[in-house]
Design a protein around this ligand. Structure first.
Ligand SMILES: Nc1ncnc2c1ncn2[C@@H]1O[C@H](COP(=O)(O)OP(=O)(O)OP(=O)(O)O)[C@@H](O)[C@H]1O
Ligand SMILES: Nc1ncnc2c1ncn2[C@@H]1O[C@H](COP(=O)(O)OP(=O)(O)OP(=O)(O)O)[C@@H](O)[C@H]1O
Ligand SMILES: [Mg+2]
Ligand SMILES: [Mg+2]
Lengths: 165, 160, 160, 165
């Protein structure tokens, strides 16, 4: 099972539809400071159901929608879709490929999609239950989180162990 | 639930000790312990589901210390060892690491990239990095840029 | 005290705008603003000594945003620009930077090291780094090692 | 004015007397992870009067004393001394060189020295008043502090401005 395609449109610094085809092995995303690398990571966390503004480095919910540049107007919708190849039947469905999508309108509405059909967040969460995939599972790690994993205080560590048992 | 948790904890602990030795050098050791809290009355609870998980690390020749006293690079490597110890018990289909290799010196960077390669049979890795050595060790490289100010585009993909 | 603070604030602000342009690229702008808090009754205090100092940054072509929305590397560079803006008003005899260059890409690393060189007439710099390009740009290099486990020794000093 | 010599003995990972002669320009300290680079920075902060355990990455006060290895016994005293060249008469004294030292015994006593004479912490602080030198002045910066300098919350930023005015 692996992430095979990510499509971003109107999310953060992606005003034009952008497609990334991922391979299953080890890949790296490189580029200058501020060019949008961590925004790609935020897009993956977001489509997996991340609800916290802080985890998406935003101050308010609509900070995820493209806010415009000196040459482009701000957009009113952010949309991300992620295709997952289900080759090891980890996901509880007979589809060999699963596509999840999330859309957010500046007016405040959020829509979730599973293989093109509108669903609720609960349905996305139950699809990924016990698979190690999800916005807060230990599959997305940034340098700042290293302190959290190691610190007693927030007991993030317990969460990692509970997810695994 | 208790039995399962204790069983998983023991498996992760064994993995952590082994992986820590691989990521650090000969003679470096580490361990995981369940620490039971005292409640207000001083009674020690024996419920593993409530206990804290303590990491102790003993880099080569040093006395066992709490991980707070380790250096920046040692802490990063310890957290990675723990993450992989858990992945051995329950592999995650993918793992995204955003500039986690920044604090590592040249030798540890090599060990880190070799470990990633080893785990990549079960787990897909997507690494964000500024380290040229990490860029050389991956299968596919995606370049991003903001040629038009404020707009991210994917420039080129290089396959090995 | 108020007059002096306002005067210093204005000097730092001018410096910050200039240095930010040098550290970032053409077209990047930044500014400092004094933001007066409202107290419980909604009355806005006019005492500059109580006000918050707000940083706004507007990287090339982007809209002015709060610094929270900048990337890791952009935040580091902004903090450095502010530090040097203050040093212009009140030079510190020495400055020790511990792996502050880690999040920077190759281009920003060059600008960072050029800025350090410029300020080194008034301020002594001691940099801790794993970046080979930073090592090449300094006057003196001190190597440390733990050949005997747990014991730090200074190995060699290289003068340019 | 610049730091010309640092002598460390019994502090953290320095069981044997170690001397570093600094030059006035730009220098770098390099070495493998865990080899003692940040311990050198802690020694400078400590001799300048740093009182906080957290700022010295310690859990208790005697964590600064060499705690032993498999081949060496723990020591009972930590001592750091710093020589500062006062060539621009920034420091309010006629000496062209000033040496400050700090000693800590596991028993809990702390001693401060100024040019070899025992003094109190207050005397060290008043020597450095308004010079931009001191444990919490903005002369020692690590990567984690970048977030603090930029964040509104702790208002560390105000402190920087007040120090400068
Ligand atoms: N809603 C938005 N609309 C437009 N641009 C945005 C939006 N949110 C964030 N950005 C821009 O994205 C940039 C940050 O991108 P990102 O954090 O992905 O950089 P990065 O490539 O990870 O850089 P670094 O190497 O420094 O970590 C910022 O400059 C910010 O202005
Ligand atoms: N009181 C002490 N006695 C003996 N050793 C100590 C003491 N305090 C800290 N250490 C050791 O010093 C080491 C940390 O050194 P330091 O943080 O300076 O590393 P560093 O060179 O900065 O590494 P990095 O490049 O990873 O940041 C730890 O391994 C720790 O065990
Ligand atoms: Mg980033
Ligand atoms: Mg360090």
């Amino acid at each position: 099972m692996y992430l095979s395609k990510l499509e971003i449109f109107g999310f953060k610094s992606f005003p034009a539809k952008t497609v990334i085809d991922f391979s299953s092995g080890v890949s790296a995303i490189v580029g200058p400071n501020g060019s949008g690398k961590s925004n790609i990571v935020d897009a993956i966390r977001w489509v997996l159901g991340e609800q916290g503004d802080k985890a998406l480095r935003s101050e308010k919910r609509d900070d995820v929608v493209f806010s415009g540049t000196s040459k482009r107007k701000p957009l009113s919708v952010a949309e991300v879709s992620l295709t997952i190849v289900n080759n090891k039947n980890v996901l509880p469905t007979e589809y060999s490929e699963v596509q999840i999508a999330r859309r957010f309108f500046r007016s405040g509405e959020t829509e979730y999609y599973l293989n093109g059909t509108k669903v609720r967040l609960k349905d996305i969460r139950s699809l990924f239950m016990n698979t190690g995939i999800g916005p807060d599972a230990y599959s997305v790690i940034e340098l700042k989180m290293i302190e959290t994993i190691l610190s007693h205080v927030k007991n993030e560590r317990r969460k990692m162990f509970e997810e695994a048992s | 639930a208790r039995e399962r948790f204790l069983h998983t904890f023991e498996e992760i602990r064994q993995n952590f000790i082994r992986i820590f030795k691989e990521l650090f050098q000969e003679g470096d050791e580490a361990n995981l312990k369940l620490v039971y809290d005292e409640d207000e009355d001083g009674k020690i609870s024996d419920d593993p589901l409530e206990a804290k998980i303590e990491i102790t690390a003993k880099p080569r020749g040093k006395r066992p210390t709490s991980i707070e006293l380790l250096s920046g690079g040692e802490k990063t490597l310890t957290a990675i060892a723990l993450l992989f110890a858990i992945y051995l018990v329950k592999p995650s289909p993918f793992c995204i690491l955003d500039e986690v290799d920044a604090p590592l010196d040249v030798a540890n960077l090599g060990r880190f990239n070799r470990m990633i390669r080893k785990f990549s049979e079960k787990t897909q890795f997507i690494l964000i990095t500024h380290n040229e050595r990490t860029m050389e060790s991956v299968d596919t490289l995606y370049g991003v840029t903001m040629q038009e100010p404020g707009v991210t585009t994917i420039v080129e993909t290089r396959f090995k």
